[in-house]
Design a protein around this ligand. Sequence first.
Ligand code: KG4
Ligand code: ZN
Length: 325
Amino acid sequence: MILSIESSCDDSAVAITEIATKKLLFHKKISQELEHSVYGGVVPELASRLHAEALPKILEECESYFSKLKAVAVTTTPGLSVTLVEGVTMAKAVSVALDIPVIGVNHLVGHIYSLFIEKEEQFPLTVLLVSGGHTQVMEVKSFTEIKTVAKSMDDSFGESFDKVAKMMNLGYPGGPVVENLAKNGNRKRYDFSVPLSRSPLIAFSYSGLKNAVRLAVEKATEADYVDIAASFEHIATVHIVQKLKKYFKNTPPKRFAIVGGASANLYLRKNIEELLQPYKAELLLSELKFCSDNAAMIGRASLEMYEKKLFSSLDELVVFPRSSI
Ligand code: KG4
Ligand code: ZN
């Protein structure tokens, strides 16, 4: 079995995955949403302290598995350095105490493997990753062959939901609340411009849309928020659909996946399903409980690394806030 740890942002999570069967034997996550909600976003130092409390508590619950562990896996990149280091420190302690190797996992690869929890992987695959930290399209041929073909030049899709929620005093994280509010709104009432719609670039940008929403919120009353949320969600989604359409012109999709916390967004899912129809491309989605950050996806990704013996020495196991992917 492999014990996996995730602490790249505001979720403390630990999982146990059986190597031979890929079965998820244990998974627990303690989210810090409530604690960060009053600040309208994640406060790194607070997140770090909360991980230091939560991770050892979850680890204690795994004690019965300790004698069967063959490795410990942990997210090392990308993320907040002060929170990544909490998971990495615990992984090193487990590695020394149980005399097992340690595996450093890229969080973005973890999100890709959230599609394959308790399943065989399916490659090649075109992946749209939409989370709080990333908006990017990747061509994935195998575990080690991942090429980013488009990414955000500024804010991410999920982050723009968080910021819009903050403008409307709706708390953190903004994705689920803004999506919920948008359901009953008029998506055409606010005519926000679609980012980069005239640009030939296949890239994403959310800072302009965010500012347009800010101006609308400043002039609005609370009764208008529902239409602002609906119009914002619509344009945020149209932007992704437009850029994917452009990308598909030269690279038609065969198998496509949406992963990351914001892949739980049903409006985005529906629009991408429609976009894929003419290509008859298969759409893969993670289970809703594995869209947002979790340790099950880190454990699943680490199985590939375990098989290839991609272990790190304790000195090599350091955190990198920015991903190389
Ligand atoms: O993958 P994740 O848990 O953390 C990162 O790796 O960043 O993603 C969290 C992000 C947050 O920005 C959150 O607001 C967004 O995903 N999110 C959503 C939805 N659910 C979560 N965004 C839009 N619609 C949603 N339903
Ligand atoms: Zn994530």
